[in-house]
Design a protein around this ligand. Structure first.
Ligand SMILES: [Zn+2]
Ligand SMILES: [Zn+2]
Length: 268
C-alpha cells in the first residue's frame, strides 16, 4: 500500500523531515509514500502561509528518492488548496513543475477555512456540510489539471456536533454531482483516513459512510487511493488496513497512485 497524502516540513503545519517520513513508511512496509505539501495561494489568514519553494522541494526529494530506492517508492506531489479566484495561478504552478501527483482540495469556503470555526456560525450541520460540498463541485468544474480530489469530508474534522459523520443520504444530490464531474474528467476520489483520526476534543469519531464509496463505484468511479494526511510519523498509514477492507467491501479491486501524473493501478 502507498500513503498518497503526506505532509513534510515543507508544509508550515508539518514538522516531519522527508527522511523521517520515508523511514517510518518503509518500517511499516508500505510500498510507497507520496508527499503532498500544501500550496494554498491567497489563503485568507495572513499569519499562515501555506506555500513552499518548489525548487528546494524537488532537490530534497530527489536525494531521498535515491537513498530509499531499494526500500520504498517516493513520489513528489503537491496538495493545491483551490479557490475560484486562484485557478489560473494554480494552473501555472502545476504546469511549471514536474510533479508526480497533483492532489486538489478545498480549504476555504466563502473566505473562511472551516478549521477556524467561524465557518459553522449561523449554519445547521446540514448547511455547513452541503455548502462545503457545493464548493468542491464548483472548483472541480472550473479546474482540470489535477489527479485526485482530497478529503471531501474535511468539513467534519473541526465540527463540534455530537454526530459529525457525513452521510450519503443527507447530501446525495451534491455528492452525485461531484462524482459525475470527477468521473467524466477521469479524476479520482481519495479516502482520507486523517478525517477519522482522534481529534482529542472529546467528541465521538465520525464514521465513514460506505454508501458514499459504493455510490461513486455505481456511477462508474474506479480511481480510489488511501491518504493519511499525516503531518507527523504516527499518522502515516493510519487505519489503512481498516479502510482497505472498506474499499474492497465497496466493490473496488484496485487502488491507484500516480507517477509522473500517470495512474498506476495496484490490485488489492
Ligand atoms: Zn487538505
Ligand atoms: Zn493535506
Amino acid at each position: 500500500m502507498i500513503d498518497c497524502h503526506v505532509h513534510s516540513n515543507f508544509s508550515p503545519d508539518g514538522k516531519m523531515p522527508i527522511d523521517t517520513a520515508c523511514q517510518t513508511a518503509a518500517d511499516m512496509e508500505l510500498t510507497g509514500i507520496a508527499f503532498t505539501d500544501h500550496f494554498d495561494i491567497d489563503y485568507p489568514y495572513p499569519d499562515l502561509v501555506f506555500m513552499f519553494e518548489p525548487d528546494k522541494y524537488f532537490e530534497d526529494i530527489e536525494k531521498i528518492k535515491n537513498k530509499y530506492k531499494d526500500r520504498i517508492k517516493v513520489l513528489a506531489g503537491i496538495e493545491i488548496g483551490l479557490m475560484p479566484d486562484t485557478i489560473d495561478e494554480n494552473q501555472k504552478i502545476v504546469s511549471q513543475y514536474n510533479f508526480d501527483y497533483v492532489l486538489a482540495s478545498v480549504h476555504v469556503v466563502d473566505g473562511m477555512d472551516p478549521y477556524m470555526l467561524d465557518y459553522y456560525n449561523n449554519k445547521t450541520k446540514h448547511r455547513a456540510y452541503e455548502r462545503y460540498l457545493e464548493e468542491i463541485h464548483r472548483i472541480i468544474t472550473l479546474f482540470d489539471d489535477f489527479d485526485m480530489f482530497a478529503h471531501f469530508d474535511y468539513v467534519i474534522r473541526p465540527a463540534s456536533y455530537d454526530d459529525r459523520s457525513l452521510r450519503y443520504r443527507d447530501h446525495s444530490d451534491i455528492l452525485d454531482s461531484i462524482f459525475k464531474e470527477l468521473i467524466s474528467k477521469g479524476k479520482g476520489f481519495e479516502i482520507n483516513t486523517g478525517s477519522y483520526r482522534d481529534r482529542t476534543d472529546g467528541k465521538k469519531l465520525a464514521e465513514y459512510d460506505i454508501n458514499i464509496l459504493k455510490r461513486y463505484k455505481e456511477l462508474g468511479g474506479e480511481l480510489v487511493c488511501l491518504g493519511s494526511d499525516g503531518h507527523n510519523p504516527e499518522h502515516i498509514g493510519l487505519k489503512f488496513s481498516q479502510f482497505s477492507e472498506l474499499i474492497k467491501e465497496a466493490g473496488f479491486k484496485y487502488m491507484v497512485h500516480f507517477e509522473q501524473r500517470k495512474p498506476v493501478l495496484i490490485k488489492i
